[in-house]
Design a protein around this ligand. Structure first.
Ligand SMILES: Cc1cc2nc3c(=O)[nH]c(=O)nc-3n(C[C@H](O)[C@H](O)[C@H](O)COP(=O)(O)OP(=O)(O)OC[C@H]3O[C@@H](n4cnc5c(N)ncnc54)[C@H](O)[C@@H]3O)c2cc1C
Length: 593
């Protein structure tokens, strides 16, 4: 007997599941979320939230609360490298270099031009409760923690899931049309035969979450992540120190997480006393400073991806679909991007406005992006070793030998210039992680839900670092602030609530008329208007849209509800109604009227 019927069942109450719940609620789709544990994550994992994640959180209304609790921009302008933190001589804690991080606290003009949202930093243990509270507000009664999915079967019409209510020690059945597996890869994949492939033991890490006053040694207000390249311990992955707030950031942070690398078969990683002793030694803490340890966690960096993102009516998102090293902050953020891509498609199909083919584009679009994230995250992790190499540090050398390698940085010696150059070069190369704007933000989609305009294939100037705004179909819609009746709005927010957006040039009124007609004929949420400096529905006061629109004054750009360009016509056409109808039919995988 089925106890509950709901259009979408979400399994997992981490970042992916909670964002799926908020997105679906925002689109008017009823859902039920079940999550196996009593509460949100207690592990200090993700913290960096990129611009697209913050755009998504803006749309569902939770961004202001996240920004309020997060690291101020001034305390996350850069990441720094230091020779350890504290210790017996003045070499400890000396700065080796720093690099702007993820838009330099929203001062990098490219990041400012790309999005109205700045990169944010809020540890997952503080983020998830905010997401949960907001998801509950949007869907009262629809978020059930301590409810674990234990079985599921699917047929042509839906999915029947068996859920155990751990509080009541009872099971019940949920019948849904679709199921989102956001369970971190723990249960659903095994039940429906979806496998994860890729390397599983790239690096073993131990993370310690603690309260400690490190302000006497943690210099530099503007630094977020401190890579403590301690010569006593060989190099870069010997210690990474991340502030956790919650009330102060920078050197004054009350809480910290310290990550240390271990050999994958090192039994010491499992022994708390040894782990803490190594942490004390690595940080060089004085005997009278005793941190309050909240949690020690062991984890392994993987690089795995699900062989399928869709299995019938089940969709895989977040860590259930891909897991990779945290370097670059792409794990939680891509989980958020995954479900955002999926939500509007589910909403369109459930409303009868799109065919099932639209749901196939979820895998076609997200899998290549997530695979690229995996490759980049692994490359980022490995590239940190080039800094050790440039310095001449190695775990095989004695501490004295390693310290001697650093001497040319701080004393004028014949090899000083070469060593400093090598170090700066190695640190500069880490822009592949800390300025990977085209990976985290500029990625493109290629599927049947994108209508090619036949323009030459985009060749990036730098596929990793540089996001080049473009209105070519498949690209994220370029950001522009415009004015409407005196109000300043980011153009991209016009899609909020699951709307298509037709933006025509100043003389593209025929496109706007056609779009409005199609919207009325098909009950399709579609906003249309002209954009220009004069006499337009949206006034392009800064010419920001003009710069990137890629069409003439008679052309048009059609944007999907997830802010991706679906279709573009560089000029006016004889029958804009037919052109738009064809485009939308292809995107939605259905025949419009
Ligand atoms: C040290 C570290 C640092 C990181 N830093 C970053 C960063 O800066 N930025 C970033 O973007 N990512 C980062 N990540 C990665 C990020 O933490 C993960 O990618 C993210 O947690 C994935 O979210 P998720 O919701 O997909 O899965 P999870 O967070 O694993 O959530 C899965 C949920 O499903 C529930 N569940 C499991 N099985 C069942 C079941 N049978 N029934 C019901 N519920 C179930 C679980 O209880 C859990 O609530 C980091 C990871 C680590 C380890």
């Amino acid at each position: 007997m089925t106890d509950i019927q709901v259009p979408v069942l979400i399994v997992g109450g981490g970042g992916a599941g909670l964002t799926a719940s908020m997105s679906l609620s925002n689109l008017g789709v009823d859902s039920l979320l079940v999550s196996g544990l009593p509460g949100t994550s207690t592990l200090p994992k993700a913290h960096v939230l990129n611009q697209r994640a913050m755009e998504i959180f803006t749309e569902v209304g939770v961004a202001p609360e996240i920004y309020k609790r997060s690291t101020p921009a001034a305390n996350m302008r850069a990441n720094g490298w230091y020779a350890g933190l504290a210790g017996a001589h003045d070499g400890y804690g000396r700065k080796l270099g720093e690099l702007e991080a993820w838009g330099g606290g929203y001062t990098d003009p490219d990041y400012v031009a790309a999005s109205p949202c700045r990169t944010c930093n809020l540890p997952q243990i503080r983020l998830e409760p905010v997401l949960k509270e907001h998801a509950e507000k949007l869907n009262p009664g629809g978020i059930r923690f301590n409810h674990e999915l234990i079985d599921l079967v699917q047929d042509a019409d839906g999915v029947t899931a068996t859920v155990r209510d751990k509080d009541a020690d009872a099971t019940y059945q949920v019948r849904s049309q679709y199921l989102i597996a956001a369970d971190g890869g723990r249960t659903v994949g095994k039940l429906v035969g979806v496998e994860m492939n890729g390397p599983r033991d790239i690096m073993k890490m131990v993370s310690i979450h603690m309260t400690a006053d490190l302000s006497p040694w943690a210099a530099d207000d503007d630094v977020l992540i401190r890579w403590l390249v301690n010569p006593d311990f060989g190099g870069s992955w010997s210690g990474v120190l991340v502030p956790m707030g919650p009330d102060h950031w920078g050197p004054e942070s009350e809480e910290w997480v310290f990550h240390m690398q271990y050999a994958t078969d090192d039994p010491d990683a499992m022994q708390e006393e040894k782990v803490l002793a190594r942490m004390r030694a690595s940080l060089g803490l004085p005997p009278d400073l005793v941190p309050t340890v909240h949690r020690i966690s062991q984890w392994v960096m993987e690089g795995v991806i699900a062989d399928k993102f869709r299995q019938g009516r089940v969709f895989f998102a977040g860590d259930a679909a891909h897991r990779h090293p945290p370097t670059g902050g792409l794990g939680l953020t891509s989980a958020i991007h995954d479900v955002y891509n999926l939500s509007w498609k589910l909403a369109a199909v459930l409303a009868g406005r799109a065919g099932d083919g639209l749901l196939d584009t979820y895998e076609a679009e997200r899998k290549p992006v997530d695979k690229n994230n995996i490759d980049n995250a692994i490359a980022n992790a490995m590239n940190h070793f080039t800094i050790d190499k440039a310095l001449g540090l190695s775990p095989e050398k004695t501490p004295e030998e390693n310290w001697a390698e650093l001497a040319p940085l701080w004393h004028e010696l014949p090899e000083s210039a070469a060593k400093r150059h090598a170090l700066n070069r190695a640190i500069g190369s880490q822009t592949m992680e800390f300025r990977h704007h085209n990976v985290e933000f500029g990625y493109r989609y290629d599927s049947t839900a994108i209508v090619s305009d036949g323009s030459p294939e985009y060749v990036p100037l730098d596929p990793v670092r540089l996001y080049e705004p473009s209105s070519q179909p498949g690209h994220p819609m370029p950001h522009a602030f415009v004015e409407r009746r005196g109000e300043r709005i980011p153009l991209g927010t016009l899609v909020h609530g699951g709307k298509f957006l037709l933006l025509a040039g100043e003389e593209g009124h025929a496109w706007v008329e056609a779009a409005n007609k199609i919207a009325a004929e098909n009950d399709l949420p579609l906003v249309a208007g002209t954009v220009g400096v004069l006499d337009s529905d949206f006034i392009d006061v800064r010419c920001a849209w003009l710069k990137n629109r890629g069409i003439s004054s008679t052309g048009a750009v059609l944007v999907r509800p997830d802010r991706y360009v679906a279709f573009r016509s560089s000029d006016g056409v004889a029958d804009p109604h037919a052109a738009l109808e064809d485009a939308l039919s292809q995107v939605l995988s259905t025949e419009l009227r």
